[in-house]
Design a protein around this ligand. Structure first.
Ligand SMILES: Cc1cc2nc3c(=O)[nH]c(=O)nc-3n(C[C@H](O)[C@H](O)[C@H](O)COP(=O)(O)OP(=O)(O)OC[C@H]3O[C@@H](n4cnc5c(N)ncnc54)[C@H](O)[C@@H]3O)c2cc1C
Length: 302
């Protein structure tokens, strides 16, 4: 039996884990990504003097196979535990809420985990796949490891769940706060975190502010400057110590996370037709671990 020729569209965590699982079985694959580097929604954005994690903030590892992957990456220095002073917060105040969660972050930035997974893989960067026609001619199997809404544009007859947007701001401030990260109850904001409290970061007092899915949807077409200003105003009502803004920026994720309450799909990936498989976080709960597991399910199907 000859090895199948496999194309993987998307070099986020799902695509990378699929490619690695195939490689473990002696099957090579060709990855394509529209971005300059791997990582997708865990990639960090450049913001002088270093970078900032505007997508995934941290991740947990529950499945034994993913735990083993995390351990290997941690031993290689690509991941470390983050132990923030965690709180719940709102405009009414905050409360520290320590827990025993193991939170993993890439070091020195989140995207380091993707670069670790990408080692030795064949990735064509800056290559947006607009149609599957050419790939269908060249490859036996095609894995679409891209957000559900983008997969829907490339294959007909499947209805993967829609994903919610997220406006994600960063702001360098001039004072310390009494917590490092908070789950927020607020119309506009759902999460704030001091990126500088993660291991290996060189900046200081750089905070990330994530808008809620609904606020992001309702304000999707704001200009970046307007969205940034509104989120900083909201953050001022949530962060206990009054601050001045030293520097700031914002990014809009059009397809950030599944809308709350979406069930995982059976089997962890979707067989669209005899050639095409859909994989990604949305197939398994909408997180980094789910993306990694979904990629492996796709590899197993192949
Ligand atoms: C704001 C935000 C906060 C988050 N917070 C957390 C968190 O704290 N913990 C957690 O576990 N998860 C979090 N997540 C979710 C986590 O980032 C994702 O679940 C995971 O990274 C998704 O991986 P993926 O491989 O499925 O998709 P992606 O990371 O989206 O990868 C898809 C890749 O496909 C590429 N691509 C898309 N279309 C094409 C095309 N047509 N041609 C070529 N390439 C294409 C993209 O460039 C991208 O690199 C967060 C996400 C966001 C956006």
């Amino acid at each position: 039996m000859t090895s199948p020729q496999v194309a993987i569209v998307g070099a986020g965590i799902a695509g990378l884990s699929c490619a690695r699982a195939l490689a473990e079985r002696g099957i090579t694959s060709q990855l394509f990504d529209k971005s300059r580097g791997p990582g997708g929604r865990i990639s960090s954005k450049r913001a002088a003097p270093s970078a900032v994690d505007l997508g995934a903030q941290y991740f947990t590892a529950r499945a034994p196979a993913f735990q083993a992957q995390v351990e290997t990456a941690a031993q290689a220095g690509a991941l470390a535990r983050w132990q923030p002073r965690i709180a719940t917060a709102s405009s009414e105040g905050f409360q520290l809420s320590p827990d025993d969660q193991n939170r993993w972050v890439g070091t020195p930035r989140m995207g380091a985990f993707a670069h670790f997974l990408a080692e030795g893989l064949d990735i064509a960067p800056s290559t947006r796949i607009e149609t599957l026609d050419a790939l269908r001619q060249r490859f036996d199997r095609i894995v679409l490891a891209i957000p559900a809404d983008q997969a829907r544009d490339l294959v007909s007859g499947v209805a993967p769940p829609a994903q919610a947007p997220c406006w994600a701001a960063w702001v360098d401030i001039d004072v310390d706060q009494p917590f490092d990260a908070a789950f927020v109850s607020h119309d506009a904001v759902r999460w704030i975190a001091n990126d500088s409290s993660k291991p290996g970061r060189t900046h200081s007092r750089r905070w990330v502010v994530h808008a809620t899915p609904q606020w992001s949807q309702d304000h999707l077409e704001l200009s970046p400057a307007q969205a940034l200003s509104q989120l900083i105003d909201a953050a001022r009502t949530i962060m206990p110590a009054a601050f001045s803004v030293v520097d700031s920026g914002i990014h809009r994720w059009r397809f950030a996370r599944p809308w709350d309450g979406q069930a995982p799909v059976d089997g962890g990936c979707i067989l669209a037709d005899e050639q095409v498989i859909l994989a990604g976080d949305y197939c398994m709960g909408g997180r980094v671990e789910g993306a990694w597991l979904s990629g492996r399910h796709a590899a197993e199907l192949i």
